[in-house]
Design a protein. Structure first.
Length: 343
């Protein structure tokens, strides 16, 4: 692994914001960067606190954990913490640090100095404690780059058969009660377009499924009116505009991911959707995380660069214990590389 990044080919550089220093971000980063399965040309540049990374490395080593990337050999943009933090105990200081590291990492991307951004998990409540009132990294990134829209898409490759599962969330970090108010035909249309474009990276005529909002997709208006009132007409119109896409929906949400689950475990069939649009956060992320917790990657689409992140959070309950699995972080690093390969 070459260092430092000055003069390095920007196309080989993946910037990593190391997340909340009280969480598992540094641990999964050091574990993932030691993987021999990473592209050999990938040059990581970490944005965070060198001393904390060295401490994490020493603690993991003392627990007999290997392989690990040694921070001494890593390219680190050092933005030190004022004092060290106890793993598992997020504070305003940890929130301020992860917010700063994300901001500085994004600046590197905006200056065109890197290929993609990977972010380790942050805690939204720690950001709030530090006075940064954002629902998540996605929304902060959207603001930093001045994008009109940023979309949260989870993508995972089945370890059994290489099949790719994609779920895009129409709404993200908002209270459940706000979902029906925020969902509009325009929003669903825009998100479908993003999902279609993403799926077409892999197939010219992908199939897409859309989950309904209400139980049984409204049961013909008996269990909710949104489907009949605007979702079905909007989807029918979208279908006529995109005849190359097989669009199904709104489907009953409780079975919408069933055929994807079968495909994930090794039995893809002609009806399996290449992409699924979930109308709200937990509708899409419960099936994604149940099926693919160690493989799924959270991507932000709509920025001038690609951002990926593991699907898990800061896992404060296991921080400092050495048992955090780095598979999703590794998948996020690989996705940052592979999804930015010129086609
Ligand atoms: N990418 C991100 O920045 C991101 C993603 C999800 C949640 N979060 C934030 O993280 C914080 C904690 O969220 P949460 O508790 O809902 O979810 P979480 O993913 O942090 O933890 C849920 C459960 O999964 C376990 N777990 C998580 N990652 C693991 C790993 N790599 N290896 C082994 N076990 C793992 C945890 O120990 C916990 O039991 C919240 O503040 C949330 O907003 C951030
Ligand atoms: N919604 C994500 C999840 O549950 O995995 C997570 O909170 C991360 O969101 P940001 O990437 O916006 O921080």
């Amino acid at each position: 692994m070459a260092m430092p990044s000055e003069g390095f080919d920007a196309n080989q550089l993946i910037v990593i914001a190391i997340g909340d220093p009280a969480g598992i971000g540094m641990e999964v980063t050091l574990k993932a960067l030691a993987s021999p399965s990473l592209p050999s040309k990938l040059h990581p540049q970490l944005v965070g606190c060198r001393k904390s990374l060295e401490l994490t490395y020493a603690q993991l080593q003392a627990q007999g954990i290997s392989p690990l990337a040694n921070p001494k050999n890593l390219d680190i943009k050092d933005l030190p913490l004022k004092s060290t933090l106890k793993p598992g105990y997020p504070t305003a200081q940890s929130g301020a640090a992860s917010f700063l590291w994300l901001t500085k990492a994004t600046e590197l991307l905006l200056k065109g100095r890197a290929r993609a951004l990977v972010t380790a998990p942050i805690a939204k409540h720690a950001w709030h404690a530090a006075g940064h009132h954002y629902p998540g990294q996605t929304e902060r990134l959207k603001e930093l780059v001045g994008a009109d829209q940023a979309s949260m898409l989870f993508t995972a490759i089945s370890p059994q058969n290489g099949w790719r599962l994609n779920t895009l969330l129409a709404t993200t970090h908002i209270p459940l009660a706000a979902v029906p108010k925020v969902l509009t035909p325009e929003l669903v249309r825009a998100k479908l377009n993003v999902l279609k474009a993403f799926c077409q990276r892999f197939k010219t005529d992908p199939s897409i499924a859309v989950a309904g909002l209400n139980p049984h997709a409204g049961e013909q208006g008996q269990l909710g009116h949104e489907e009949l009132k605007w979702l079905i007409p909007m989807l029918n119109k979208w279908k006529t505009e995109h005849p190359e896409i097989q669009l199904d929906g709104p489907l009953p949400p409780d079975t919408c991911w069933l055929s994807a689950a079968k495909a994930w475990h090794g039995n893809p069939c002609a009806q399996t959707p290449d992409g699924i649009l979930a109308l709200y956060h937990d509708q899409g992320l419960i099936p994604m995380k149940l099926l693919a917790f160690d493989s799924a990657v959270n991507t932000t689409l709509g920025l001038p660069f690609l951002r990926t992140s593991p699907d898990h959070g800061t896992a404060f309950d296991i921080a400092g214990k050495g048992c955090a699995r780095a598979d999703s972080m590794l998948a996020a690093l690989k996705a940052a590389w592979e999804l930015t390969e010129s086609r």
